[in-house]
Design a protein around this ligand. Structure first.
Ligand SMILES: [Zn+2]
Length: 327
């Protein structure tokens, strides 16, 4: 795994270490296993085993009100076995029934206890296109920005289903499209999708035109993929200059989002010993994200802080069923 640190390490598009699979996929596989067992018991093992060229069949199902398409590999019988076509139909029907039952479980879309309610009014910022490492508030609230999108751990989705806290995802273009189903599910759990350039360059080395291509070049795609146009921008490596600020403003983005704390390998580095009101943290979609999120949640609970939606505090957030919009 190439380093994806915002602080100096070169960014590289190495293939994600974790597959982009949601727990829905896990449930599908579990359902398939059950269905396969059923068939084995009914018609004998030769009908269900030994076919590696299984066809792909699309299935549609509901996840938290969002219709998604998934492809499932059906273990149908090979032509050399004695099973009949009707056996294959039984497999599909059984699997589909079980998937629907699992997806139909009511989803709780209320924010978890650790989630901060939206402020009655957004904070007042005097700067035009401010660059923020924290939100000026006295509320005991922190904000989590998760960057890049390269490693997409299904266990993180499980944690978010349990905690129901908002995250702000600053995605680079390629992982944003490769991991669309993963991030869409995260979005349904309260997260928002924001901008982090097309290909993660060091912006200060680029002129206006190239910065514009990097910062503005994927905003329409992100809007098409995720339904909302980004309103916030996080510069790779935290490097930016006044050209960046001009481009960000001209692209219709409202703020440059930096950080005042970061997590790495299960370690939390802050300015000082404890959280401060409004702290923004830097985190990454890496293999250590689950561990880091658990650490931050535990520290927030211990210090009496909650996790807020930075978009709500800045008055730039889209409406979300889990959170009352700030305006
Ligand atoms: Zn980054």
């Amino acid at each position: 795994m190439a380093a994806t640190s915002e602080n100096g390490a070169k960014f590289s598009y190495t293939a994600p270490a974790a597959a982009d699979r949601t727990s829905m996929t896990s449930r599908i596989w579990a359902a398939m296993a059950l269905a396969t067992l059923f068939v084995v018991g009914a018609v004998g093992a030769s009908a269900a085993l030994g076919d590696s060229d299984a066809p792909l069949r699309p299935a549609r199902t509901e996840v938290l009100g969002r219709t998604i398409s998934v492809s499932t590999s059906i273990s149908g019988p090979s032509s050399s076995t004695s099973s009949s076509p009707s056996t294959t139909t039984t497999v599909v029907t059984a699997a589909t029934t079980i998937i629907t039952a699992a997806a139909a479980q009511p989803a709780t879309l209320t924010p978890g206890p650790l989630a901060m309610p939206s402020p009655a009014t957004p904070v007042y910022l005097t700067d035009t296109t401010p660059a923020l490492d924290h939100v000026p508030t006295t509320d005991k609230v922190i904000f989590l920005g998760i960057d890049d999108g390269l490693v997409r751990d299904p266990a993180v989705l499980d944690l978010l289903r349990k905690e129901r806290v908002p995250l702000t995802l600053f995605l680079v273009r390629e992982p944003a499209v490769d991991g669309k189903s993963y991030f869409q599910e995260m979005q349904s759990l309260g997260s928002t999708i924001q901008a982090h350039t097309v290909s993660h360059p060091q912006l200060k080395s680029l002129g206006y035109g190239d910065q514009q291509k990097q910062i503005c070049g994927d905003l329409t795609d992100l809007q098409n993929w995720y339904g909302n146009r980004p309103t916030l921008f996080r510069p790779p490596y935290g490097e930016w200059n006044e050209t960046t600020r001009s481009v960000v403003a001209n692209c219709g983005l409202n703020a440059i989002v930096l950080w005042r704390g970061a997590t790495n390998d299960g370690r939390l580095d802050l300015v000082g010993e404890t959280f401060h009101p409004g702290d923004i943290l830097l985190m990454h979609f890496r293999t250590d994200l689950l561990q880091n999120l658990k650490l931050v949640f535990a520290r927030a609970r211990a210090e009496g802080y909650r996790i807020g939606r930075i978009e709500d505090y800045l008055g730039t957030g889209p409406a979300h069923p889990m959170f009352t919009p700030a305006r």
